[in-house]
Design a protein around this ligand. Structure first.
Ligand code: DAH
Length: 344
């Protein structure tokens, strides 16, 4: 190779490198580093030029060598300059105290927690205590002790999650077994509520979920009658939804209460006119209740001739849907903070 050719190449490499570095946008460290490898790296263009020196005579080599070194220094300083711009930009960012800070992610209470706390507060004010019970139950507590017969459809494997079918261990289908557990331990009088998860083999849709929450209440003493039940539950609903709400008791059936009733309240979404939430009836069913069946008392060793009591149970998701106007039960379980954060 001739000296002239190498000189031409040095010029070309220099021009190309300067042109390329000028197109690298500020802060694009990745591109800058690629540029460095291409021109100043071990197998880069500048080193290639040094290698080609071996083709020249020693006189020529000296001349070309000086030029290549000059090019190398020029490219190094172009690189340094670009890099220091990035660094100083970063530095600037670091110390710019006028920038608004990033607010830390804050949590929020889940609507189920909010409703549970509200319900608990109302009942505590009426002298109820709060108890808990296991989510894994035996057939006896979930069904038998509550006077639910063996042939009852809720005992079917298609309705209940059995953990060990032979041993009759299951995920509780309601919170009512806690009534039995507490009565076995405590003698009357008693006033308790319990809140917790329940499980049923329901397919997920807008109104069903295989996991849901219930609140259960129980009051037992001498002389407790249906008017106590009506008074307490009406007060509860009015505290929860405002005292303009209308409360309706309708006869119903549960194996563990006699008589039994369903309680509905005027639909607070359409104000009783009729809408899809209340199926155009103007009322929404909110809970089941009744006077504790004498057989349940006998099962726990209470004397039904001496004591009477009432019990009730309701779905918390349902109350939250009514209270917050949430249209789909699935929102409670999707972990979407945009939904959850709205109600705090
Ligand atoms: N356990 C019932 C259910 O899950 C609800 C219920 C109804 C509970 C009447 C009660 C009651 O305590 O008295 O459907």
């Amino acid at each position: 190779m001739k000296l002239e050719e190498i000189k031409k190449k040095i010029k070309e490499v220099g021009e190309k490198a300067v042109k390329e570095i000028s197109t690298i946008s500020e802060g694009d460290t990745e591109k800058l580093e690629r540029w460095k490898v291409k021109y100043l790296g071990r197998k880069g263009a500048v080193n290639d030029l040094f290698t080609s020196l071996s083709l020249l005579s020693s006189e020529e080599r000296k001349e070309a060598g000086i030029q290549i070194n000059a090019l190398k220094n020029k490219l190094i300083s172009a690189y340094e300059e670009n890099k220091s711009k990035i660094e100083s930009k970063r530095e600037e960012k670091k110390v710019n105290l006028s920038f608004p800070g990033k607010p830390p992610e804050t949590g929020a209470f889940h609507p189920i927690t909010l409703i549970s706390r509200e319900i608990t507060t109302i009942f505590i004010k009426m002298g109820f205590g709060v108890v808990t019970g296991p989510e894994i139950e035996t057939d006896y507590y979930n069904f038998g002790a509550l006077n639910i017969p063996d042939e009852h459809p809720s005992k079917d494997v298609w309705d209940t999650f059995y953990i060990a079918e032979k041993e009759k261990i299951l995920l509780r289908t309601h919170t009512s077994p806690v009534q039995v557990r507490i009565m076995e331990k405590v003698s009357p009088p008693l006033r308790i509520i319990t809140i917790g998860k329940c499980f049923r083999r329901d397919d997920i849709d807008a109104t069903h979920s295989p996991v849901f929450h219930q609140i259960e209440g129980l009051m037992v003493d001498r002389g407790i009658n249906f008017s106590h039940l009506k008074g307490i539950l009406t007060h509860f609903i009015m505290e929860m939804f405002g005292n303009t709400v209308k409360v309706k008791f309708t006869p119903s059936f549960f194996p563990f209460t006699e008589p039994s009733a369903e309680v509905s309240m005027s639909c607070n979404i359409c104000k009783g006119i009729g809408c899809s939430t209340c199926h155009n009836t103007g009322y929404i069913e909110v809970l089941g209740c009744g006077m504790v069946h004498p057989q349940v008392f006998r099962n726990v060793g209470y004397n039904p001739d001496e004591f009477t009591g009432f019990a009730f149970g309701m779905g918390i998701e349902r109350l939250a849907i009514i209270k917050f106007g949430i249209t789909d039960i699935r929102y409670f379980f999707q972990n979407d903070t945009r939904v959850i954060k709205q109600f705090n």
